[in-house]
Design a protein around this ligand. Sequence first.
Ligand code: ZN
Length: 411
Amino acid sequence: MKYLSRLFQPVITIPKGAKIKNTEITCKSQKLLLECGLIRPTSAGFFTILPLARRGLDKLEQLLHSNLQKVHAQRISLPCLTSAKLWEKTGRLESIGSELFTMEDRHEKKFLLAPTHEEAIADLMVDIGPVSYKQLPLLLYQITNKYRDELRPKHGLLRAREFQMMDLYGIHNDVKCAEGTYSKVTQVYKDFFRELDLPVHQVVAPSGDMGGTLSHEWQLPASAGEDSLAICPSCSHTQLDSKACVQCGKEMTILQSIEVGHTFILGTKYSEPLQAKCVQPDSKPTPLVMSCYGIGITRLLAASLEALSSETSLRWPKSIAPFSAIVIGPKEGSTEWSKHGADGIEAVAHALDEVLPDDVIVDDRHNLTIGKRLLTADRMGYPYILVCGRNSVVKHHQDTNFTQTDGENRY
Ligand SMILES: [Zn+2]
C-alpha cells in the first residue's frame, strides 16, 4: 500500500492572493506539474521527473508496449551517444548541427547526444548485413531519453532539451513493404490514442529534416500548442495549413495544437549514404527502404494535461493517472474516526487494492480535515476518490456528480 505522507512530492504552496512573477511559467501543464510537486527544473529545458509523474509515464509506456506488440515490434536500446561520423555521412551534422549536443572522447572522437536514431539503426543493419529480404519487414523500437539543444526551451515538458521518446524503425526491402507496414503502424497509433481517450488528429505533414516520401503529424488540440490545425466543420477534413479547405470549400475552424507524434516513410535517405543493404529475391543487393515512427512520451503526458486540466486542477487520461484511486479517512479524534479507526481505513484500502493492484494511495494525513484532503485530491486529479466519512462516498472526477455507495454525501 502507498501512503501520501511518505510520498516524495515537493508541493509549492502559494499564499492566497499572492501575485506570482514567474515569467518562465508559460502554460498550465508546466505550472501544475511544478506546483503539485511532479517535476523540478534543473536548468533551462531539463527536468527531474518526480514519483507521481514517473508513474504516469510508466503507465503511458506500458500502454505503448502492449500496442506495439500488435505489429510484432521488438524493443531494443541504442546508446544515447551516436558517432558524429554517421551524421556527417547523411548530411545531418550540417543541416541540424546547431540543435545537437556534441562532445569528444579522450581520443578526440566526436559524438552527439542523439535526438533520433535513423543513422544508428542503418549502421546496425550494415553491421549485421546484408539483410535478406526474407527477414523483412523488421520493426525495432526503443523508449529512451533524447536530446535537442532547443534555442528557446519553453512550456516545461512540452519543449524540453531532454525528453523521453518512443522511436520505432521499420526496415523493408521495397517501398510496397514499407507502405504496408506504415498503414499497420498508423492503425496502432490510432488504437493507442483511442485508449487514452484523446482526440489526436492524423494530418499530412512536410517531411522536414527527416527527408523521405510520406509523413504524417499526430496533433492534439490544446491552447498552449505552437501549431495550428484547420478542421472543416462540414466534412471533418483536417490539415496543418489553414488555407481554404481542399475537400469541400467550407471555412475551416482553426485550433491551436501540439504535435505528439510523427510518422515517416524515409525511403533510402539514410540507407544509401550509409550503405545499408538487403539481398533481394534475385540475389541482388539494394539499399534498404526505411520508415520511422515517433511519439514524444514526456510531451504527450504534458500535452494531455494541457488539453484536459483546468487552470487550477490536474486532469489525466484515466489510464495514465499516477494512481487510479485515493482513500481518505476521517480526521483523527472525530466521531467518524472512533467508528472506522486506522484499521478500518486500512481494510477499505486493501480491498480496493485488490481491484486496482498497486494503483491505490491512502491519504494518511489524519490530522487534516476530510475537506482539506479532498481539495488536494481534487487538485491532483485522481480519477476515483474514496472517502470513509460518516458514510462512504466515492467521487468520480470525470462525472460532475458524486457517486454515493452508502447513504448521504456528508463530511
Ligand atoms: Zn470540408
